[in-house]
Design a protein around this ligand. Structure first.
Ligand code: ADP
Length: 258
């Protein structure tokens, strides 16, 4: 729990810092993009100048996209945990996830339809699953299979210190992609850690998914083998009813009573 707190404080600080920098950067970029756009439209100079201006305009566009993503990260909405029907959510997401990954990747959905509801934030969980789909796509440039499954599971006390003991709905997103080496795996959830190169990855995807899982009292478990693939598990606490104040208090009781 202390580690989760440390991580969420780090995220909070990062969010504020990022928001401030991204905002100023966005303002600075506006005249740059505008000037380059004007130069391109006037078509001044020879071929060499035109190429240089086109290159600069492209970089500035990429910088704008990056800054927009950082702003979106900093403006993250506060969590609104409710009881979510995970099988329905995944069913609704399957098409979007498969259009995200593209025709080269086969998407297989294997979700039990009698799942108990899980404590989650509907929008943020959808964002999280999309992030995982983007990562899976990037990990399978030559195609492969993305398997999304969900089932009810129990975490025994002491079995895995990353998962607090309790009853969960476990969502698993597994790809047959390039996998991660140990150094990458060790840093994967760190904010801003990315191996994807400038303008491609923000390094915020997994840290956002991890933040979501731990804020909900669950866990994010990553298994990866270089050359074989990656399996990301999202453990979300089971919940009985909508978490108004009373049902949260009841949850706390039943956890203590076990
Ligand atoms: P980003 O996708 O912007 O790089 P993430 O936080 O989502 O940021 O991921 C961090 C890093 O973890 C990635 O750059 C990549 O090296 C690794 N990674 C994440 N998901 C996968 C995956 N499914 N397969 C292989 N590597 C992955």
């Amino acid at each position: 729990a202390r580690e989760a707190l440390r991580q969420s404080q780090k995220m909070e600080a990062m969010g504020q810092l990022t928001g401030g920098v991204a905002h100023d950067f966005n303002n600075l970029l506006t005249p740059i993009v505008g000037a380059l756009d004007m130069l391109q439209r006037r078509g001044l100079g020879g071929d060499r100048e035109k190429r240089l201006i086109a290159g600069a305009a492209q970089s500035a566009e990429r910088a704008k996209v990056l800054v927009q993503r950082l702003l979106a990260f900093a403006r993250r909405q506060p969590l609104q945990p409710v009881a979510v029907d995970i099988s329905k959510l995944i069913e609704n997401m399957a098409e979007l996830m498969s259009s995200t990954t593209g025709p080269q990747i086969k998407v297989v959905v294997d979700v039990k339809d009698d799942l108990p509801p899980a404590k989650a934030d509907q929008n943020q969980l959808e964002m999280a699953l999309l992030n995982l789909a983007v990562n899976a796509r990037d990990a399978m440039p030559n195609g492969g299979t993305l398997r999304i499954s969900a089932s009810a599971d129990t975490a025994q006390s002491g079995a895995d210190r990353r998962i607090p003991p309790g009853q969960y709905v476990r969502i698993s997103v597994a790809d047959t992609g390039v996998g991660m080496d140990e150094a990458t795996l060790a840093r994967a959830i760190e904010p801003f850690f990315s191996t994807k190169g400038l303008g491609k990855g923000t390094g915020l995807g997994l840290s956002m998914v991890h933040g979501l899982a731990s804020q909900l009292g669950g866990a994010l478990i990553i298994n990866s083998k270089l050359g074989l693939g990656t399996k990301i598990e999202l453990w979300l606490p089971q919940t009985e009813a909508l978490p108004d104040a009373r049902s949260i208090a009841r949850d706390a009781h039943s956890v203590r009573g076990r």
